[in-house]
Design a binder for this molecule. Structure first.
Ligand code: NDP
Length: 500
């Protein structure tokens, strides 16, 4: 038998006994000098890091992005040039549940990707839906609070959810997708991913294009009904981990077709909708998806904590040829995601191996907790400020993106005025067949159970503005569920109506 390695303290000294405490006499109390025992207990207390406020329950794997199409006229990003193959990691998640929540719950799924490109890490922090519940980041923390536990009951509150949604008509598009069949995918492999936000491309000529990213499942869409999901959760809370991890272990590598929609810069002034509004899609008939490659997941992490829990995705991570857009939610997430990781993982979260770029990096950040790379990263101990005359790292002007065209007065513009929150939901509703509509109505009726009638009525009025059949269908489904008509019927003004 091969010699076993010696067990050591974290400081490297051999551990003489890993079974018996150091005590005063055979039956006596433990000595404070049994430092190795104290060290073990103290480490145990620190094994958990703060869980993500949202997207706490996740599943992930490593893979590859292969580019087969040619969009070089739109972007200079090396990762997107024909033939490029880039290692990457993906993390999928539910939004609301805590780290121990069941996987097969009705919720939006996070779809986060980190591409280790030669020009730096590029992160796309998307969802399995192309839109979101809110369009102004002032409402981001409020919305998330409605998804988490009530401060007094410590239970989730359908009343809070529908109160907020019914007062925020911009949520209707996402709520409809959430309550549709796509609200409970069978596994991460059986759902699409969307970059959701509008980003930009820029090319060597300094021209900017707006872009949306789509990842279409090659495994096909598969979803659970509420009843099927209840049965799965009754048997296992880890159905996604089992499916993703188990599938990859068996050599079944999930794949997604990568598509982009591209909008010339000045078109943004002509569209009937705001193309930077996260509650809207760009209709395919106007901006057809262009196929550019394949994303494949083909390697499980060796250690879940190190590679998936520690993975820190942020839309702030872009590379030359890819830029942001005026999307208000994107602007906010550029700050808030990186900041969440500073809080959750520490100042040097980008130095954790799963987050570290694969090529050499140079910067002038100094010191701080858990600085494990020996001080500044300039390759020269005298180069700890910039500019310097000791050949420290310098900027690369070619990485400067073209100017972002903006206009208008600085103000707080009411985003609910003149914004059609219903038309695109009608287009979606009209895509559903009769069975999909019935399940949509039933899912909404079930989710509305027990909420005050005035809130239900306010929400039903929104459904009515999408399509008369939508409102009638949900009313009928509620009646079937409760066996009675709602007790009171009032039509309340929405913020949009009040503003008009
Ligand atoms: P299209 O008919 O060209 O596209 C419809 C899209 O809807 C397809 O991409 C399809 O996805 C997707 N879809 C089908 N069922 C659902 C569902 N239950 N939940 C979410 N998406 C679904 O029409 P338009 O481009 O004009 O869009 C019409 C509506 O479709 C939009 O208002 C929006 O609600 C929805 N949609 C549009 C997308 C876009 O980028 N234009 C993207 C996703 C949804 P798949 O290809 O996987 O079958």
């Amino acid at each position: 038998m091969a010699d076993k390695p010696i067990l050591t303290t974290t400081a490297g000294a051999p551990v003489p006994d890993n079974q018996n405490s150091w005590t005063a006499g055979e039956r006596g109390p433990v000595l404070l000098q049994d430092y190795q025992l104290i060290e073990k207990l103290a480490h145990q207390n620190r094994e958990r890091i703060p869980e993500r406020v949202v997207h706490a329950k996740g599943w992930g794997a490593h893979g590859t992005l292969k580019i087969t199409g040619d969009i070089s006229k739109y972007t200079k990003a090396k990762v997107l040039q024909p033939g490029a193959e880039t290692p990457m990691i993906a993390r999928f998640s539910t939004v609301a549940g805590e780290a121990g929540a069941a996987d097969a719950e009705r919720d939006v799924r996070g779809f986060s990707l980190k591409f280790y490109t030669d020009e730096g890490n590029w992160d796309l922090v998307g969802n399995n839906t192309p839109v979101f519940f809110v369009r102004d980041a002032y409402k981001f923390p409020d919305f998330i609070h409605t998804q988490k536990r009530h401060p007094k009951t410590n239970m989730r509150s359908p009343t809070a959810m529908w109160d907020f949604w019914s007062l925020s008509p911009e949520s209707l598009h996402q709520v409809t997708i959430l309550m549709s069949d796509r609200g409970i995918p069978v596994s991460p492999a059986h759902m699409n991913g969307y970059g959701s936000h509008t980003f930009s491309f820029w090319n060597d000529a300094g021209e900017r294009y707006w872009v949306k990213f789509h990842f279409k499942t090659q495994q096909g869409h598969k979803h659970f009904t509420n009843e099927e999901a209840d049965a799965v959760i009754g048997k296992t809370r880890e159905s996604y981990q089992e499916a993703l991890y188990g599938g990859i272990e068996k050599g079944e590598f999930p794949r997604w077709t990568v598509q982009v929609q591209i909008m010339p810069e000045l078109d943004a002034e002509k569209t009937t909708y705001n193309p930077f509004d996260l509650t809207k899609v760009w209709p395919h008939s106007e901006y057809p998806p262009i196929e550019i490659g394949v994303l494949e997941l083909n390697r499980n992490p060796e250690n879940y904590f190190a590679e998936i829990e520690n993975a820190a995705f942020s839309p702030s991570n872009i590379v030359p040829g890819i830029g942001f857009s005026p999307d208000k939610m994107l602007q906010a997430r550029v700050f808030s995601y990186a900041d969440a990781h500073r809080h959750r993982l520490g100042t040097h979260y980008e130095n954790i191996p799963v987050n570290r770029p694969k090529h050499e990096i140079h910067h002038y950040h100094r010191d701080g907790q858990m600085n494990t790379y020996g001080g500044i990263r300039t390759g020269n101990p005298d180069a700890y400020y910039e500019p310097n005359s000791v050949n420290g790292p310098v900027e690369q002007p070619s990485a400067k993106e073209p100017p972002l065209r903006i206009h208008g007065d600085a103000d707080r513009y009411n985003h609910r005025v003149g914004n059609d929150d219903y038309g695109q939901v009608t287009a979606l509703f009209n895509l559903f067949d009769a069975g999909q509509k019935q399940r949509l109505f039933a899912n909404i009726a079930a989710a509305m159970s027990g909420i005050p009638e005035e809130i239900a009525e306010r929400q039903l009025a929104h459904f009515g503005r999408v399509h008369a059949d939508y409102e009638a269908g949900v009313r009928a489904a509620r009646k079937t569920l409760t066996g009675r008509e709602p007790a009171i019927s009032v039509t309340l003004e929405t913020p949009q109506q009040a503003a008009e």
